[in-house]
Design a protein around this ligand. Structure first.
Ligand code: 5FU
Length: 347
């Protein structure tokens, strides 16, 4: 019988923090009806967001376009074309963290407790709201609303943003309902969400129309590729996704990609005077190269951020399943931040 080899973070299996390397390992690199939400501004005192940049950023003829990966998060926070992107980059620069916690626990009370402990380490909290087992003590909608309100309060207290990893994948009309309504009302509390490009540009348009009705900045990531073995992203699919993201229509909404390496960043060809900047967020990050036996593939922070130019590392079981999640989160934060500093020094 074939038994899959499991070498990366395991589902809630204990990881002993004392055995975690704080320096890169020498292991080989793997191949691998209209409702709007108007909320009061809850901007943290840490954040004094700069005004939006001009829609075009003139370059003189001799100036070479620099890839985003060579620039600091701080400089990008002043020029990023989306308000959500500017806010996130500013948090990253000020808190010195490019770590996103993927909170894939199913117990709402446990989630809130862990997020409270880990909030200081992260720039972003990633949720899967539909895996959470909400108690049937009140109506489910009330439980969910109470939970997401608490998450927002924690985001405010510890200065991080919230990313609902919803992976929308339907026609524009349907995703509008899924984003705005249902029991989760994702658009009302998640700063960032993501979508597959497979349905075509209507999915972005549909989500943007909902986001436009909300006072706080909302950003969208497109999935250009995935971390799992055999995924159909990358290559030509990624090129087409990038072309879709570049449309002027959603310049202030599409903030970046889920991808395994830097995407775009050299200007879009049509608008030669403009520099583009897509924030790349990357799951499949572990302290060692490995996998989970179900297709997930792990690479190290040094590979993901330092070598491949990604901006935000997304870590789930590697932190949540550890004996000491706070200590392990600090190892991920520190290694990912050092990889970023090394990258911009080289650039
Ligand atoms: F888009 C993606 C992807 O390509 N790979 C992923 O693993 C999303 N994910 C999510 O990141 C996945 O659904 C988990 O929520 C998280 C990774 O968790 P892990 O425990 O660090 O493997």
């Amino acid at each position: 019988m074939f038994v899959a080899r499991q070498t990366g973070p395991q589902p809630y299996k204990k990881i002993c923090s004392s055995t975690i390397p704080t320096t890169p390992t020498n292991q080989p690199t793997p191949q691998f009806p209209s409702k709007t939400f108007h909320k009061k501004s809850t901007t943290s005192p840490l954040l004094h967001l700069p005004p939006p940049p001009p829609t075009t950023l003139p370059l003189n003829n001799n100036q070479t376009k620099m890839p985003s990966s060579t620039k600091t998060y701080e400089s990008r926070s002043k020029t990023h074309p989306t308000a959500a992107g500017r806010k996130l980059l500013q948090i990253m620069a000020q808190k010195r963290t490019n770590l996103c916690l993927s909170m894939d626990h199913t117990d709402p009370e446990k989630i809130l407790s862990l997020v409270h402990q880990l909030g200081p380490k992260i720039c972003l909290l990633k949720t899967h709201i539909d895996i959470i087992a909400f108690p049937p003590t009140t109506t489910t909608t009330t439980s969910i609303k109470s939970f997401t309100t608490k998450l927002q309060a924690l985001a405010q207290q510890h200065t991080f943003m919230i990313f609902e990893d919803r992976k929308f994948a339907d026609i524009g009309s349907t995703v509008q309902h899924q984003y705005r309504g249902g029991v989760y009302e994702i658009a009302s509390w998640a700063d960032i969400t993501n979508a597959h490009a497979i349905p075509g540009p209507g999915i972005i348009q549909g989500l943007k129309e909902v986001a436009d009705g909300i006072e706080e900045p909302r950003g969208l990531l497109l999935l250009a590729e995935m971390s799992s073995r055999g995924n159909l992203g990358g290559g030509e699919y990624q090129e087409k996704t990038l072309a879709m993201a570049r449309s002027r229509e959603w310049r202030g909404f599409v903030m970046g990609f889920i991808a395994m390496k830097e995407v775009g960043g050299g200007g879009d060809g049509e608008e030669e005077e403009e520099e583009e900047d897509f924030i790349v967020m990357t799951p499949g990050v572990g302290l060692r190269v490995g996998g989970d036996g179900l297709g997930q593939q792990y690479r190290t922070p040094e590979e993901v951020v330092g070598r491949d130019g990604c901006d935000v590392v997304i870590v789930g079981r590697g932190i949540v399943g550890a004996d000491d999640p706070v200590a392990v989160a600090e190892v991920y934060r520190e290694r990912s931040w050092r990889a970023y500093e090394g990258r911009i020094t080289k650039g």
